[in-house]
Design a protein around this ligand. Sequence first.
Ligand code: C5P
Length: 322
Amino acid sequence: MAKVFPNLKSHYHNVILLLSCGWSCTIIMILYFETTRMPLTRNPVSKPAACINHTCAPDREPEDWFCKRYAPTVQLFLNSRNSALNANVSKWWMRLFGTHGANYTTLVGNLFQLLPDKEHNSDIHPHRCRTCAVVGNSGNLLGSRYGPLIDSKSFVMRINRGKTKGFEEDVGSKTTHRIFYPESYWNLENSTHLVYFPFKVADIEWLIRVYTMENKKNIAEKINKDKLMILHPGFMKYVHMNWTESHGNYPSTGFLTVIFALHICDEVHVFGFGATQNGSWHHYFDKSLTPYSKTNHPGHYEYETISRLHSEKKLLMYKGWT
Ligand code: C5P
């Protein structure tokens, strides 16, 4: 045998060498692909392809329904540098509830002495996907089982008294942002971002009282100054003019939040909007029923606008169960 195949020993040796190299190469290649694949599957921010693109260049798309309304550079938050209101904004805002003799300029000056004067940016980013759930308070959430879907978003914005305890299956349990105004501050936790909607000059006064008066200390403890953002009255007017086209007296807190989310999120998911079949505003957490006609807001028009935004693929609307 050794004569017929003089190099048989070294041949076996080579085969064994090749086989073992083959195995180790395969293992090295598997390990290589696994490690390079890992960031893509584990890191949700690296999924721009899944993101809905809701930005636009109005000069390039002047006739587009969305681009005619969306103003990418609108001021979102009030701060000491942009607090002077232009005449149109001031007129629109003050007409809602009047001033009761208060001086806005003095008040806002006093307020920013009490707060850290931070610049809050709306940093929509083409290479990142910040997903947001806006959770309205509609009774259509009951039985929906949207909880896990809502909690899967990076930001979960809840409005006014919208609570989670006892309703986790349908509304989730995570809250990153709470939208509120003086009459609706009940569910604040000072660990969440707080977005304050001042509908009137008196709402600026209220915030000053919270931080200066002894008997408001318990509220001040819930409103973490470092997490507080105050919505700009100019933003409210923008939503009223551009998005609800001057229907109703002024937009609802929930609808303002939906448009706000379109400005700070890369992908917006909307839950808990919509009345009962006979047009009553109902809540998932209580038995109140208020007909749309008895509110200051154009509820029906807002619902239609959110539906249109859904069909234009600018957000995803989840219509609930009931
Ligand atoms: O009733 P409340 O204002 O606290 O609800 C928060 C928001 O949820 C509303 O401002 C409105 O935009 C939305 N909502 C709705 N349909 C309902 C109840 C609330 O669209 N039935």
